[in-house]
Ligand binder design. Structure first.
Ligand code: 2NL
Length: 339
């Protein structure tokens, strides 16, 4: 038993760091002519009244040596050689099937990439939001129709919680942090309680943008968005701005591009107008700035928002928005090499 104690101390001090020293250890202690086997053989020489105690110590020592072996085997990078386990490492490997990017992700990444070249950073925030960050802070009056149960999914446990209906909650949270200027885009999933059809779904994706600093003007808004559509659809793209209304911007506008299908002649896609609406935008309403603790006399900014699904449908000639969320690999596989 004294001897076993000495072996344990010896093992604790062993420098087992590679396959060679591990194998030496195995042969010395756990091999057929090893120390553990030899000690087991001593059992017959132990007096009967001490057999029980010796057996226990012996068992514990055996487990100790085996556990050490396992521990070292996991830690030594070079385990048994490939040849030793009958493996031919010159054979080609099994091919790893490459997945594909989702078409909505491809479109989102392209949009982010264009705005990043103008110095916009990406910001993110929660999809489950409270009334303040989704509505109140955005200058949406208490009884605005967009707040109705019809359009918004509420969370049953708490009447103050809902699924965000736009990504503007992220802008609000960024503005509340109080670090200005801000030049950010917010891509993300949003939810609206709408009837699901080929054209619309109860969840979809948006990208919104915000540029907030001293002396930001409507001219900055127009040039930023013009640059965006030129990068997205080509240098010769025709655009127009139409006056519009959003509670959170003043003045507000919608931006159209020349219909990519009929090139302005009028078709079923553009409802015979020759124009496609692609985004809404405007100068951030002073009330929104005040709600976020920002001085509207010092800072001005523009904001914009656009859906991601619609332009993706157009770009790839997809005719049903529901395909985006059905996870049918026959659909998804078609984007394997799309950029
Ligand atoms: C659309 C229109 C828009 C914004 C989103 C915004 C956010 C804050 C303040 C002011 Cl925090 N504006 N966002 C502004 C104008 C339009 O989206 O049609 N989206 C799909």
């Amino acid at each position: 038993m004294q001897q076993i104690e000495t072996y344990k101390q010896e093992i604790e001090q062993l420098p087992v760091t590679d396959a060679k020293s591990l194998e030496d250890y195995r042969i010395k202690f756990l091999g057929t002519k090893g120390i553990v086997k030899a000690l087991m053989g001593e059992m017959k020489n132990v007096p009967n009244d001490q057999k029980k105690v010796f057996g226990q110590v012996m068992n514990e020592f055996k487990q100790f040596t085996e556990a050490k072996y396992e521990q070292w085997r996991e830690n030594t990078a070079d385990g048994p050689s490939a040849a030793a386990v009958g493996m031919d490492i010159s054979l080609p490997g099994d091919p790893l099937p490459l997945g594909s990017r989702h078409p909505v992700s491809l479109m989102r990444n392209k949009m982010i990439e264009i705005f990043s070249r103008l110095g916009f950073a990406v910001a993110d925030g929660p999809e489950i939001e409270d009334d303040f960050h989704n509505f109140t802070a955005l200058n949406l009056p208490e009884h605005h129709p967009a707040r109705d149960m019809q359009d918004t999914f509420y969370v049953q446990q708490n009447p103050d919680w809902l699924l965000r209906t736009h990504t503007s909650n992220v802008q609000i949270r960024e503005m509340q942090k109080g670090k200005l200027p801000l030049r950010i885009v917010m891509p993300g999933r949003v939810y609206r309680n709408e009837t699901i059809s080929a054209r619309s779904h109860c969840f979809f994706h948006q990208i919104e943008g915000l540029y907030l600093d001293e002396n930001v003007s409507f001219a900055d808004l127009k040039q930023t968005l013009y640059f965006f559509v030129q990068e997205m659809y080509g240098k010769n793209i025709k655009v127009r701005f139409r006056p519009s209304y959003f509670p959170f911007t003043e003045p507000s506008a919608e931006m159209d591009i020349e219909c990519q299908i009929c090139h302005g002649k009028g078709c079923s896609i553009c409802k015979r107008t020759g124009w496609l609406e692609i985004l809404g935008c405007g100068m951030v309403h002073p009330n929104v700035l005040t709600n976020c603790g920002i001085d509207p006399n010092k800072y001005t900014g523009f904001a914009f928002g656009m859906g991601i699904e619609r332009p993706t449908l157009l770009k790839y000639g997809i005719n049903d928005i529901r395909l985006f969320s059905e996870n049918d690999v026959r659909f998804l596989r078609q984007f394997t090499s799309a950029v």
